[in-house]
Design a protein around this ligand. Structure first.
Ligand code: CTP
Length: 415
């Protein structure tokens, strides 16, 4: 399975680095192409010559190439990450974890971490003294990296270099190889969403009444962001068009920030032809003030009338003109028992799937971290999901979208 795969091993300054030439050998024996990115600290524990000999490649150290050598690759700090099918960092020290978490980029290891293509597995094996490993700062960096999609493998317990015994040992090279095979195997069992272009709208929109006031709603964007995150994890190329929210951009997702429905509409239209799957998770304002007041309205009048006009229905516009193979997925947020309304929206907008959710602000709908979705397909099949975190609910929705892709003969057009 590893034959022909391009693997980078990033080696940091921990005693377990002395085992890494064996890891390189194991990978080479299985037919992988291996390149090593060695940190300054790593070079104190394992020789560059040993690693170059077993990998049959020069070892990568500095991002600054020599300028007087013939054939120098001046952009090697980019091409190394682009070359890789997977990155293993073993052992990973507290220092390198902090650099990776913060996005620092001062040697080849940290550079190739940043330039690695989205969706490529990153396996990180922290190895250090047990107290260091459990320290709040190391744990915080581990959490940050895990939320970016890296797989962090906990160190093993046993004898440590300090003479004490406890948590902190790097797993043996054979078991690191096992983790890599498992990770690559799971990505070769590719989701039908892999390399598909998925556009997700999320969050509320704001419709200006005057220069300082707007009409909006309680949408937090959490559901749309969870869908974008889950789709990127399955290897999709995700564009997230979001109204004003306070959320971090999911790893590997391209984000476009907009404010009004009109802005969301024109941002989304750019993707109508090229997207394979369009998910309308935004709570788009249905109406906007016809003539927003320039500047700030004064409270001179007892009563004012704001005339509202209808906004374009972004999802419906995409769906009604979609090409064969493109999929349109919507949400229906209802305050009354609204499954019938959801079915009506599915039919009227010619959607492939609609996720009905009830708005109670406790267990589902706007702002909260959980959702209770009922998925209704265009074939009428209805699936009631239990109360789930929005990440898990997004996973279930994507499972249903994957089924649609497969029944499309997996030919949801790749543009
Ligand atoms: N939607 C959209 N553009 C709009 C309104 C809605 O793209 N101007 C999308 C939403 O993102 C959602 C679906 O259409 O996926 C349904 O939105 P919802 O607000 O539940 O229903 P509406 O179609 O707006 O109808 P109503 O407000 O009458 O319930």
């Amino acid at each position: 399975m590893l034959r022909g795969k391009n693997i980078i091993i990033g080696i940091c300054g921990g005693i377990a680095a002395y085992k890494t030439p064996l890891l390189v050998r194991l990978l080479k024996k299985r037919g992988a192409n291996v390149r090593v990115a060695l940190t300054e600290g790593g070079s104190r524990f394992v020789s560059e010559l040993a690693l170059a000999t077993v990998s049959e490649e020069p070892v990568y150290r500095s991002i600054f190439p020599p300028t007087h050598t013939e054939g120098t690759d001046f952009t090697g700090h980019i091409s190394l990450g682009e070359w890789a099918d997977a990155l293993i960092i073993a052992p990973a020290t507290a220092n390198t974890l902090a650099k990776l978490g913060a996005g620092l980029c001062d040697d080849m290891l940290t550079a190739c971490f940043i330039t690695l293509r989205p969706g490529k597995p990153v396996l990180i094996f922290p190895a250090m003294d047990g107290q260091m490993f459990l320290s709040p700062s190391v744990q915080r960096n581990i959490k940050t990296l895990a939320t970016q999609g890296c797989r962090l493998i906990s160190p093993e317990s046993g004898e440590l270099a300090s003479g004490q015994s406890g948590l902190g040992r790097m797993p043996e090279p054979e078991s690191i190889l096992g983790y890599l095979e498992e990770e690559l195997f799971s990505t070769t069992q590719r989701s039908p969403l892999y390399d598909k272009s998925v556009v997700v709208t999320a969050g509320p929109t704001r419709e200006k009444i005057d220069g300082v006031r707007f009409i909006s709603n309680y949408s937090s964007g959490k559901m749309g962001f969870a869908i974008a995150r889950a789709a990127a994890k399955r290897g999709a190329r995700v564009t997230l068009i979001t109204g004003p929210v306070h959320l971090e951009t999911p790893f590997g997702v391209e984000r476009l920030d907009v404010e009004s429905a009109a802005e969301m509409h024109s941002a989304a239209r750019r993707f109508f032809n090229s997207s394979n799957i369009f998910v309308g998770a935004a709570a788009v304002s249905d109406y906007r003030p016809l003539a927003p007041y320039e500047g700030k309205m004064k409270k001179d009048e007892q009563e004012i009338v704001v005339t509202l006009i209808k906004n374009p229905d972004i999802l419906a516009e995409f769906s009604l003109q979609k090409a064969p193979g493109q999929l349109a997925i919507g949400f229906a947020l209802e305050t009354e028992t609204g499954l019938d309304n959801a079915r009506k929206k599915l039919l009227e907008k010619k959607l492939d799937l609609i996720a009905f959710n009830f708005f109670d602000r406790k267990t589902s709908g706007f702002e909260v971290d959980t959702n209770i979705l009922t998925l209704v397909g265009s074939d009428g099949v209805t699936t009631e999901l239990p109360q789930l975190t929005k990440d898990d609910a997004a996973g279930k929705l994507l499972d249903a979208i994957e089924i649609l892709c497969r029944s499309n003969g997996n030919n949801t057009q790749k543009k």
